[in-house]
Design a protein around this ligand. Structure first.
Ligand code: GLN
Length: 454
């Protein structure tokens, strides 16, 4: 199985460009080790021997890790991320590392220092982002499963535009140890898959408390695999988020969404409209909180500790070397966010910007809590539009940010949310995603509904 996927990568990745690094020898060795254990009569789990495309934001002791940035080019981490280690412990075969927007900032992979990945449905279009290398790899059948990270939508949006299942677990449900930080209070690792059950199997494999991450939750992993097998919505109360429709939404996306509502009703769910009035402020709050946290997290790239070092001639000061390295090593979007975040956190502005955004965050959490007093799950389109052409929004950050309009609230609140395929848009024949959100730690519920609709 590993060899077949490696061959597929060889055949198509020149066009898809999902991978930054392919580890053919390492993958085949891992696959042989699984074969031997199986041959020796060992009882192996469901993911043993299954190949995975691993986002290049997770550290891997045996492969380079760049986070899509030139500043980390050539860096070899001395350790495995917890997610990496748990995938290996499950017997998964890591095929290589996938492309991403630099430090996970973006919605298209166009912010990668190594060039964009391409959507297998139409190679001239984006595969979503920031985890677009993984979505492209799974959609192009280069791997059956992929990993991603979701800070504002970076698993759900790429899954939606490539016709895959993509899940953002409850914040803290899985460890962030060894996952290169963008915005620590939002970053969440999660799976890409071609079926809801596959996604559940992989989430179960890498989730659970980790003493190396103080924000990882010390509670049992929700029963996501059982829920994906159960797959029913009978008697379930489903809320349609009223704020996520109308202007800016592609007709074909709304058509598929409306059909899904009818389908849910025909399957015995009770569908009602729910208002979450503060969701409209999620985007501005996110674009203060995420850059603020990134400006702090990215301070560690100081030309001394990792990767690139520019201008170290024995004469220049450490400060000059740091400035030259950061000027050359970071791309324009990363610089934009560091500047925005530094400004928002500076004295005199902190309360007006960062403080205010945190208050909005609380209001969004309360909207979720109030909604889940009336309904069991909330649904919306995952993204307002299908995959857009490469280049179309590259020079327009505001247009790019709109791709995450519907996904950001669940990051600010920590709630679990999945995107599942729900057909193709009438205008362009491209995949449309449905988002299902549930209360914190009720990850099983989104799997149950997602599997029922599959
Ligand atoms: N597109 C959003 C951003 O650029 C979300 C990215 C993410 O989830 N990593 O911040």
């Amino acid at each position: 199985v590993a060899a077949a996927h490696l061959d597929r990568i060889e055949a198509v990745d020149g066009r898809v460009r999902a991978f930054l690094h392919v580890d053919r020898e390492g993958a085949l060795a891992q696959a042989r080790a699984v074969d031997e254990r199986r041959g020796a009569g060992e009882e192996l789990g469901p993911l043993a021997g299954v190949p995975v495309a691993h986002k290049d934001v997770f550290t891997t002791a045996d492969m380079p890790t760049t986070a899509g940035s030139k500043i980390l080019e050539g860096w070899r981490p001395p350790y495995d991320a917890t997610v990496t280690a748990r995938l290996r412990a499950a017997g998964m075969v890591i095929l290589g590392k996938t492309n991403m927007d630099e430090f996970a900032m973006g919605s298209s992979t166009e912010n990668s220092a190594f060039g964009p990945s391409h959507n297998p449905w139409d190679l001239d279009r984006i595969p979503g982002g920031s985890s677009g290398g993984s979505s492209a790899a799974v959609a192009a059948y280069e791997a059956p499963l992929g990993t991603g990270t979701d800070t504002g939508g970076s698993i759900r949006q790429p899954a939606a535009v490539t016709g895959l299942v993509g899940m953002k677990p409850t914040y803290g449900g899985a460890s962030r140890y060894g996952m290169i930080a963008f915005a620590s209070s939002l970053d969440t690792p999660g799976p890409f898959a071609r079926s809801v059950l596959d996604a559940a199997l992989m989430q179960a494999a890498f989730s659970g408390h980790d003493p190396m991450d103080s924000t990882s939750i010390d509670a049992p992993v929700p029963p996501v695999v059982d829920a994906a097998r159960r797959a029913d919505v009978n008697g379930l109360r489903v809320g349609v988020v009223k704020e996520f429709a109308g202007e800016g939404y592609q007709r074909g996306v709304l058509n598929r969404f409306d059909e899904t509502v009818e389908l849910l009703e025909s399957m015995g769910a009770k569908v009602v409209e729910v208002s979450c009035p503060h969701f409209t402020y999620a985007m501005p709050a996110y674009y203060l909180i995420a850059p603020s946290e990134c400006s702090s997290n990215l301070a560690r790239f100081d030309a001394m500790r990792f990767g690139l070092r520019v201008g170290d001639d024995g004469v220049r000061s450490a400060e000059e070397v740091m400035a030259l390295t950061r000027a050359e090593g970071f791309g324009p979007e990363v610089k934009r966010r560091i500047m925005l975040g530094t400004y928002a956190l500076s004295s005199g502005y902190y309360d007006a910007y960062y403080g205010k955004a945190q208050q909005v965050r609380t209001l969004i959490m309360r909207d979720f809590e109030a909604a889940f007093e009336q309904v069991d799950v909330l649904i919306s389109p995952t993204t307002p539009t299908t995959a857009f052409p490469i280049g179309e929004r590259a020079d327009d950050p505001m247009a790019m940010y709109l791709a995450d309009l519907c996904t950001i609230p669940a990051n600010l609140s920590g709630n679990p949310a999945i995107s599942i395929p729900c057909g193709l848009a009438d205008e362009d024949g491209l995949p449309v995603g449905l988002q299902i959100m549930a209360p914190v730690l009720a990850d099983d519920r989104v799997y149950r509904v997602g599997a029922a609709l599959e």
